[in-house]
Every structure is written in C-alpha cells, then in structure tokens.
Design a protein around this ligand. Sequence first.
Ligand code: AMP
Ligand code: GLY
Length: 430
Amino acid sequence: MEWMLKILLIGSGAREHALAWALAKSPLVSKLYCAPGNAGIAAVAERVPVAATDSDRLVAFARDNGIGFVVIGPEAPLVAGLWDRLEAAGIKALGPSAAGAALEGSKGFVKDLCAANGIPTAAYGRFGNAVEAKRYAQMMPLPVVIKADGLAAGKGVIIAETRAEADAAIDSMFEGAFGAAGHEVVVEEFLEGEEASLFVLTDGEHIVPLGGAQDHKRAFDGDQGPNTGGMGAYSPAPVLTAAVTNLALTRIVRPTIAAMAARGTPYMGVLFAGLMVTKDGPKLIEYNCRFGDPECQVLMTRLKSDLAAALIATREGRLSGLTLEWRDEAALTVVMAAKGYPGDYAKGSIIRGLDEAAALPGVEIFHAATERKDGDWIATGGRVLSVTARGASVAEAQARAYAAVDRIDWPDGFCRRDIGWRAIAREQDA
Ligand code: AMP
Ligand code: GLY
C-alpha cells in the first residue's frame, strides 16, 4: 500500500493508549489524533478536545480534517451508532454498526441469537416485568444470574446466592437501578468453570483470531472485593488451549458471524467473546463489540504486525488470507487505581517515577486517566495506569511488571499484587 492516512482514535483509557501506541508505529499513518485522549496518549497522538459520545462534533472533526479512518475504542459510541454516522458522512471507520453492536448492547438479543443458532450459552429467560422474571428465577438452581439487558458499564450483572437476593436484584433493575438498561432483564443459569476472553477481527464474513487473555475483575488479591472494570490481564491464557480455542471459534464465534450476516446486519470490527470454559467445553457468557480494557494492553504488547493495516483490511472486507504475527512472549498488565476505586476516590494526586519505571526492559506504561499539571503527572480517574510487561513466561512478565510498579511513587494509588496467579500456578505445575 503506497498511501498514508490520518487516523482518528476515539476514547481516553489505557485501551486507547495501547491502540494509539500500536497505530503510531504504522507506516500507513501520516497523523494520529485521539479524542479526547489523556496526557499519556499525548505522547503518541494529537489530542482533540471532543468527548467520545459527542457524535456531531466527532463527525465534523473527521470531515473537516481529512480523516481517512476512524477507530472507536469504547462500546457506548458504537452502540449509539457512531460508526453509522461516520460512514453516512463518507468517513471509513472500524465498526461495528449500531445493529452489529447489539451483540454487546442487548444481552437478550444475544441470548435469542444463541438459542436460534444452537450456540452454547447459559440457559436463560428474557423478561419485561418483575413478576415473570421472579417466577423463572425461583425455578432455577442457586446461584442464579440476573442481568440488566442494556449497557451498564459492566455493573448490570448480579450473581444471586439466595432467593431473596434474586428477587431484590430483579426489583432493583425494574425500579431503574441501571436506568434504561434494566427495562428488560435476563435471568440465567450460573455456569461453572474458568473464564477467558477470546478476541477476533471480522469483516462480516472472514475472521482472524487475535488470541486470548484473562482479566481479573475483583478489586483485591485472591479475587476478593467488589467487581471492577478490570485490575489486570495477561495473554496468552493457558486455559484457551488450541483445542478449546477451536471449539469456541467453530461453535460460538463463526455461527454468530454467520447469523449476523444472514439477518442482514453483518458484524464488522473486533468481537470479544467472554467465555466460560466448562467441563462440557466453552460456553458464551457475553459478547463485547470492542477490545477489552485491560485485555487490549496485553494483546497490543504481543502484536508484531501492523495494527492499522489489519483494521483497515477489516473495514475493507479483506480479511480472507490475512494472518497476523505475534511475539512468542507472554504479556501481563497490572492496573494501578486510585485508592477507593471502584467506590469513591479522590482525583488530583501526584504520580512520580513514571520515567524510571518505563525505562525497564520490556515495560510499557499505558495511561488510563492522567493529566499534566505544573510539570507533574496527576491522576484524574479510578483506573489510572496500566503497567505492562513482556516476558518469556507469564511469571517473567509478572516480575517485570511489578518491578515497574515498585518504581512508581504514588501513595494515593493501589494495585493487586497477584495478577496472573492462575497462569503462573499452571506454569509451575508444568
Ligand atoms: P458480564 O457483564 O456478562 O461479563 O458479567 C460479568 C461477570 O459475571 C462475568 O465476567 C462472569 O464472571 C459473571 N457471569 C456472568 N454471567 C454468568 C453466568 N451465566 N455464569 C457464571 N458467571 C457469570
Ligand atoms: N475487561 C473487560 C472489558 O473490557 O469489558
């Protein structure tokens, strides 16, 4: 390809920093913008002060600045139809469309699609009122899983251990605890097994696997404490053996892509399958229509091929025959968050030692929520940094990531000290 183009990346987290870092290395990219970005992203992209949800201004910026390709990081703009808006204005973008993003935007939609196509997932019922939802939940073994249908920033899932908890969860959803996302509720069977995330690129017909990862959703060591957006991740995920990956692709991902095409809403973009690896093989927990955060940080650290070329090929329907190259090494990322996260936390504390930490071999520090003030790095959110390292094994990547964490001087932050424990236990057994 001889041409170069200007790329606009949308989002502001460590996922977007990792994407920006990978896109900036591409010889295809003449200029990289990020809206709104953060102070860390500013090292590799020019920031545009427009919110990720402000479709009007994003479309206008892309049109006025000759943007050749747009990459949308978070789910909310995708579900709201930003891809459709951009493409209607003649601007090419990595999808999915709003219709495709229903795979993340409506849990009930996905469950019905699975049921209609024999895709393995938890048994479920889909309800528009509390009485019927409770009646169904009463018949299910405990624990039982209660989910708000729509987007709830990862918080709309309650695993009820008792009948009373199940009823209370259903009532709170229909009473608006998750806003419009809870107008409909899915009640489902609790799946036993080990969770893993599988990522693919798809142009609507062909797929290119991007590999697997495991994240750590609980706030504290030993998988204790409240659920978070993700406190760390590593890739590859040993539980996703070649055999399990093959089953997941053949039984879950490919039939989904085929079903979306057959209903006239082909899915183009990144598809993130949240899987439970059960004794009966992999089952779908949920889909996301984007890269995971923090999973993206470890995938980008392992990717050797040109990310921009792969994403553009996805949009152009040219994935047939494309293969991507990956480092043989493992990657692991530790999220550093403001004390109090995922509850209340203070903003504005100073972070020191970032340059010393980033200088360690094999280490990249992706920023999730930072700004610069009077020459200092300031924390401006809950999840603030994603300290990432490569290594010959998950254990080595972990040792390097924590060596970097230990050089970061941030008394108001915290992190888990056990990211990667499952994989490292397996490596020690082997
Ligand atoms: P989701 O937002 O659908 O990923 O759900 C959040 C988390 O809840 C998942 O990562 C799982 O740990 C758990 N979860 C969701 N559905 C189920 C299920 N049917 N069985 C067991 N765990 C589940
Ligand atoms: N780490 C899970 C997610 O991005 O949804």
